[in-house]
Design a protein around this ligand. Structure first.
Ligand code: CTP
Length: 206
């Protein structure tokens, strides 16, 4: 059986990775695609108190269980099903529940650090970086974290200034150099989405 095509989609928080991913998946309609969100692989913190979890730096590569993520991507490439973890942003730790994911022809890995780890990068056929101005990113994040992640405006602003912004500049932005394609303005960029999905289809038909 043919090796699945692996796509990495990186970019800062609020850059629009989710909408780029959704549009690529829609455009690949008819092909079998599985999405792995890197956020599911935030480390389990159930042994820590809630106050300790609030002090965790979630924008540092160490916050992620990359060993498990790499193992799962390798299993999916070998056409084996995996039990992926799930994550709860309100209590800052892994949930009890896992999700069984079947192997597919296309594997999409989406997350702020999708291109940070060399072993992960080496598993990818197409590497994308969604590049969106930081003012747009913070506005989107503010709205999303208040509406969907149970946060207050003050907490989002404090976290952004003390952690998210400096970590973005230190660790996320530099991974742009590892990408094959930089997509300005994320999900709004239909030309880029079109070019990328054409390339993915070529790889699938090869
Ligand atoms: N994060 C958090 N609290 C946690 C775990 C993660 O606030 N307990 C935040 C981190 O600060 C990190 C962000 O989650 O910056 C990563 O998610 P993000 O990239 O913003 O979300 P996506 O929906 O994957 O991406 P996009 O907004 O680009 O669509």
């Amino acid at each position: 059986m043919k090796r699945p095509t692996v796509i990495g989609i990186a970019g800062g928080s609020g850059s629009g990775k989710t909408s780029v991913t959704r549009k690529i998946m829609e455009a690949l309609d008819g092909h079998s695609v599985v999405l792995i969100e890197q956020d599911y692989y935030y480390k389990d913190q159930s042994d820590k108190t809630f106050e300790e979890r609030l002090r965790t730096n979630y924008d540092h590569p160490f916050a992620f269980d990359n060993d498990l993520l790499i193992a799962h991507i390798r299993q999916l490439i070998s056409r084996q099903a995996v039990e992926i973890p799930t994550y709860n942003y309100e209590i800052h730790t892994r949930s009890e529940e896992t999700i069984e994911v079947e192997p597919k022809d296309v594997i999409i890995l989406e997350g702020i650090f999708a291109l940070e780890n060399e072993k992960l990068r080496n598993l990818m056929d197409v590497k994308l970086y969604v590049d969106t101005d930081s003012d747009i990113r913070i506005l989107r994040r503010l709205q999303r974290d208040i509406e969907k992640r149970g946060r207050t405006m003050d907490s989002v602003i404090n976290q952004y200034l003390s952690v998210v912004r400096p970590m973005h500049l230190q660790f996320i932005e530099p991974t742009k150099r590892f990408s094959d394609v930089i997509i300005p303005e994320g999900g709004e960029n239909n030309v880029a989405i079109d070019l990328i999905t054409t390339k993915i289809r070529t790889l699938l038909d090869a």
